[in-house]
Design a protein around this ligand. Sequence first.
Ligand code: LRH
Ligand code: MN
Length: 383
Amino acid sequence: MTLDELNDFTVEVPSWAYGNSGTRFKVFARPGVPRDPYEKISDAAQVHRLTGLAPRVSLHIPWDVVDDWNDLRAHAEKLGVRIGAINSNLFQEDDYRLGSLCHPDPAIRRKAVDHHLRCLDVMRQTGSTDLKIWLPDGLNYPGQDSLRGRQDRLAESLRTIYDATDDDHRILLEYKFFEPHFYSMDIPDWGTSLLHCLALGDKATVVLDTGHHAPGTNIEFIVMQLLRVNKLGAFDFNSRFYADDDLIVGSADPFQLFRIMSEIVSVGAHRPESKVNFMLDQCHNIEEKIPGQIRSVLNVEQALAKALLVDQGALATAQREGDVLGANAVLMDAYETDVRATLADRREERGLPRDPVAAFAASGYADTVAAARVGGTQAGWGA
Ligand code: LRH
Ligand code: MN
């Protein structure tokens, strides 16, 4: 493997990372924050302009609803990016207090299904092919509802959505072990997401959000297993110290990100033909948002570059010979290799700044938008 394998590698950035976000304690407003999807995409385009790594922007419905999807699509394409996955939102309606696709009331389930049919229509207008479904449904108290009944309702709801997809569409089904519910989540783990995807069909695959596992979970094992059955559709990359912290990917545990990318590289799943969508799902609660996104895509590229340096032949030999420390050393040698200068050289060769974060600061973009974006309502989760 050579670093030329980085040439076609891309990361998809989330529109919501450019808006205000926070915790239940505080959402900090910042000067220059976008007020609409156009301004979010303009900010996201800065990341691609300076890194060459982020040509797609995920949208979230209804946060990113506009009157004219073709106009938004043209705005993105004029800035050198395109609209990526469309995220549904089942976590901000009073009707969904006891669930959405799993709700006991068929009328509420119908409402949640119809939301996804509208998302499919958005995809037809934006040229997106990925419908990403994160199910916030769950229970807070044992006995509150039938665990099995909810699974049967979920399967029926997902079937209706799946049958409404076009041939080139994919459903990306995301799991999460807790929050916003605390006794059970209806899709708590990769196994449950996989079971539903297998029941649905080839167009349904699993999204692995790196912040959605119990502490200590061996995430690269899950990556290996999902790739083994060709059901890994996408990543939501971020990092965390405790819960779903949505921090900059690789900031809390760069070695874990390297181990994940090593599993990916070992089967060539970093290549576009694998159809694995490498997305970010992050919130920059206190740090600068655009520099935070630039740092994030660079961290993913850096982890991939180190993984590409793993001597696969030497590793296979050591593993075959039961050379425990030898095999581990092959991986650690790659991980301990400082690839930053090489990646800066690659950027320079491609007409990109050696240091995109410094280049963004020098561009004056942040001051320009802070001065221009006066009035209106800053974008956020609106929770
Ligand atoms: C849920 C989640 C999901 C998105 C949301 C922004 O925690 O990871 O992927 O809808 O964050
Ligand atoms: Mn996510």
